[in-house]
Design a protein around this ligand. Structure first.
Ligand code: NAD
Length: 254
């Protein structure tokens, strides 16, 4: 079965990669692609339409799944439209707050919804192992450093938040310290979090676990945004036809 997808944020950094991944995947076809203010008429031969047409395109082209990489407000609006139209929703948009997640979960009562702050398989592997590393090294200092391109809006990254949740669930920590300046000695039990923004760096996450005259470093480095797009398209193909509910990228690659 070929899964038909609608793509939002189509002329953004990720949207372009999703179009390339979807058009290159035999299991997938692009039903439509929209952007808020379309700057290009086509991307990889796919017509870019105005986001104001989104609801009409959902009704007319009846995609199986919408793949969204936009911003937090628009992601939630698209999720609501998909819930009303009975279309599955896959989003990699980060910086969604708790209230936003409540709205996404409400949509998942009507249709399948999958959110992943990172669609790289290697990051899922990192999420899987970081908790084990932290719980094996009680009392060691833990710091997280994430590095992204200079156009990234949110900090720390959604992936960093996911990794921090995993770290906190597997050790005794007192809180997060975001950067340091001036007289700022390290307190026992804190988790240092550092966000670097420079150039066109796709995305790096490193967890440093140090103590007892030794250190462990766990690092993921995405070399190309195509890795995220391929994961999002895999998720769309996987989620099509499933029952309404809340799904995780770990389910896709299990
Ligand atoms: P970007 O700014 O390059 O692209 C966003 C695009 O969405 C832009 O073209 C913008 O015009 C468009 N847009 C904004 N509001 C819109 C709307 N209402 N309707 C249609 N289009 C709209 O950003 P990006 O680097 O592509 O990142 C987008 C999001 O994806 C961010 O939240 C980022 O953190 C996240 N991201 C997630 C992953 C992952 O694997 N989950 C990977 C990379 C980026």
């Amino acid at each position: 079965m070929t899964v038909s997808v609608g793509i939002t944020g189509a002329t953004g950094r990720m949207g372009r990669e999703v179009i390339a991944a979807a058009t290159g995947d035999d299991d997938c076809r692009v039903a439509f692609a929209v952007n808020r203010d379309p700057e290009d008429e086509t991307v990889d031969g796919v017509e870019i339409e105005s986001a104001s047409e989104f609801d009409a395109l959902l009704a007319d082209r009846t995609p199986d799944v919408v793949i969204d990489f936009t911003g937090p407000e628009s992601a939630l609006e698209y999720a609501s439209s998909c819930a009303e139209a009975g279309v599955a929703f896959v989003t990699g948009t980060t910086s969604i707050d708790d209230e936003g997640f409540d709205r996404l979960r409400a949509a998942s009562e009507e249709v399948p919804v999958l959110f992943a702050p990172n669609f790289a398989r290697g990051v899922q592997a990192l999420v899987n192992v970081v908790g084990e590393a932290v719980s094996s090294l009680p009392g060691y200092d833990v710091e997280l450093v994430e590095t992204h391109h200079n156009g990234k809006r949110d900090a720390p990254s959604g992936t960093a938040k996911r990794l921090l949740a995993e770290i906190e669930a597997n050790g005794e920590f007192t809180g997060r310290t975001h950067g340091r300046e001036g007289e700022a000695p390290r307190e026992a039990g804190e988790i240092g979090v550092h966000a670097l923004r420079a150039g066109d760096i796709t995305g790096e996450h490193e967890i440093v676990i140090a103590g007892n005259h030794e250190e462990v470093r766990l690092t993921h480095r995405a070399e190309d945004r195509g890795v995220f797009a391929a994961g999002a398209v895999d998720a769309a193909v996987w989620i099509a036809g499933r029952k309404a509910g809340w799904y995780d990228f770990a389910d896709v690659i299990a």
